[in-house]
Design a protein around this ligand. Structure first.
Ligand code: G1P
Ligand code: ZN
Length: 544
């Protein structure tokens, strides 16, 4: 094995966002682009010699090419072992589990999550540290800084590795192990949930289900766990084959993109339970027979019922939600006297709290829920959690949700996304909102009086690190909120996200359509930020 040092010139746009570096495939295909970023990561890490690195991705276009490049670079940079998912595949939560289980030094996950794939679409790469979670900003800032001054990268002249055959081989100083991407994960799930009960509930016909893998990574995981192990009929998993372009769709589990599932779940023939996951398997959408569960409600319901699940039967140490996620889980925490944390958007902010044992469950409004079993959000885990709840409670999804609202009140919630807004317009919207903040407290709009208006700043309770500018919050005396923030995962222009929430304690008013119930606040958000006026648009691109 011969090590080659290749001269390169820096790119100035390799600053990781909410979840790693995401760009168009064409950007990644520029000479040295991927190599520069990978070398910047390796250069920023402390002593990687002889260490183990986990490697895998969601199977999107460019995955296999990138994996071969990274294998050669990892070998040249002195890693001792690479653990790679067969076919170059690993879901994000499975990669997190493998890093933890095999005590790897870290992992590289190749994915642009829910963004579309294909030659003209998106690719991404993110580094996870030894706890299995996404690298913190201290790391990602270092990667970016290094990428701005990089002059060379290291690679080797070894042959491409056969990614499809499971097994180990030694090449020079590096051991390359190809593993089945599903088995460790399936084993972990069996430790958390009551598989015996789930099997019975499925075989008796009490639970019928439909899972939409959206032609992305969760297909093989869902087939193994739901069909092979739990005995659901094979047709319970649709779009189960991971495709490089996700069949031309957005692999994003919401009612707009998972429309095949939505059509069935909102029909007369709907099964008891329906769910979907995203490109890399960390997101989840939960539905029941003619009901959609918002991710914020889902988190609250899981927290309120966690003791019914074997792994959480002793109770939760605490819960956390990202700032724009509704306050539904806060009500559960208050009732059961659990610590509750509010973190900035992005899973990386939960890592320290999970490591310190301060929280057991956490989640985001963006279809992400998870627990201390890994350090990523976990789509299939959330699916199994719901199935286990349905099996124990012997209640349909709608009853579980309505009972929850009855007990805790309902946080009526929605998010409006304006995608691919020209960056100067998006920046001026945020700037103008920022300028309004001091004048807002005390002002009254209809029945809403502004209690506070600020820009969210987070101090990590474990390491004291401070993250500023994490979204603009306008909170009202009655607990309602409007939050504005710019996405950190988009690859075209800027995406403005507007999050709107209102608490409804009155059970007689729980069955309202969110868009109708929130109409006043939606109009007020427009009045404050003028996104429609400034962009000439009439509607958000996506409403969730
Ligand atoms: C989005 C979500 C965020 C999530 C991230 C990665 O980030 O809003 O909650 O953690 O994707 O899945 P954003 O584009 O808003 O920065
Ligand atoms: Zn994802």
């Amino acid at each position: 094995m011969q090590i080659e040092t290749i001269t390169t010139t820096p790119y100035n746009d390799q600053n990781p966002g909410t979840s790693g570096l995401r760009k168009k495939v064409k950007v990644f295909q520029q000479p040295g682009y991927l190599e520069n970023f990978v070398q910047s990561i390796f250069d920023s890490l402390e002593d990687i010699t002889h260490k183990t690195l986990v490697l895998g991705g969601d199977g999107r276009y460019f995955n296999r090419v990138a994996i071969q490049i990274i294998i050669k670079m990892a070998a040249a940079n002195g890693f001792g072992e690479l653990i790679i998912g067969q076919g170059g595949l690993l879901s994000t939560p499975a990669a997190s589990n493998i890093i933890r289980k095999y005590q790897a030094y870290g992992g590289l996950i190749l994915s642009a999550s829910h963004n579309p794939g294909g030659p003209d679409e998106d690719f991404g790469i993110k580094y996870n540290v030894s706890n299995g979670g996404p690298a913190s900003e201290t790391y990602t800032d270092a990667f970016y800084k290094r990428s701005l001054s990089i002059t060379e990268y290291k690679t080797t002249n070894i042959q491409d590795i056969d990614l499809d055959s499971v097994g180990s081989q030694q090449i020079g100083n590096i051991k390359i192990t190809i593993i089945d991407p599903v088995s460790d994960y399936a084993e972990l799930m069996q430790k958390i949930f009551d598989f015996k009960l789930l099997k019975q509930s499925i075989s008796s016909g009490y639970i019928t289900l439909l899972f939409d893998a959206m032609s992305a990574i969760t297909g093989p995981y869902a087939k193994r766990i739901l069909v092979d192990i739990l005995g659901a009929p094979p047709e319970s998993v649709i779009n189960a084959e991971p495709l490089e372009d996700f069949g031309g769709h957005h692999p994003d589990p919401n009612l707009a993109h998972a429309h095949e599932l939505a059509e069935v779940m909102f029909s007369e023939n709907a099964p008891v339970f329906g769910a979907a996951s995203d490109g890399d398997g960390d997101r989840n959408m939960i539905t029941g027979n003619n009901i959609f569960v918002t991710p914020s409600d889902s988190l609250a319901i899981l927290a309120a019922n966690a003791q019914l699940i074997p792994a959480y039967s002793k109770g939760l140490s605490g819960v956390a939600r990202s700032m724009p996620t509704s306050q539904a889980v806060d009500r559960v925490a208050a009732k059961y006297k659990l610590p509750c944390y509010e973190t900035p958007t992005g899973w990386k902010f939960f890592g320290n709290l999970l490591d310190a044992g301060k929280i057991t469950l956490c989640g985001e409004e963006s279809f992400g829920t998870g627990s201390d079993h890994v350090r990523e959000k976990d789509g299939l885990w959330a699916v199994l959690f719901w199935l286990n709840l349905i099996a124990v409670k012997r209640q349909p999804v709608a009853d579980i949700v309505h009972d929850h609202w009855q007990k805790f009140g309902r946080d009526i919630y929605c998010r409006h996304d304006y995608e691919a807004v020209e960056s100067p317009i998006a920046n001026s919207i945020v700037e103008d909102l920022r300028n309004q903040l001091p004048t807002l407290p005390g002002q009254t709009f209809g029945e809403y009086t502004v209690k506070f208006a600020d820009e969210f700043c987070y101090e990590d309770p474990i390491d004291g690190s401070i993250s500023k500018n994490q979204g603009i919050r306008i909170g009202f005396e009655n607990g309602s909120r409007i939050v504005f923030r710019l996405s950190g995962t988009g690859t075209v222009g800027a995406t403005l996200r507007i999050y709107i929430e209102r608490f409804e304690p009155d059970a007689d008013k729980h069955n309202q359509d969110a868009q109708v119930a929130l109409a006043f606040l939606i109009d007020l958000a427009e009045q404050l930020c003028e996104v429609k006026k400034r962009t000439g648009r009439t509607e958000p691109d996506v409403i969730t």
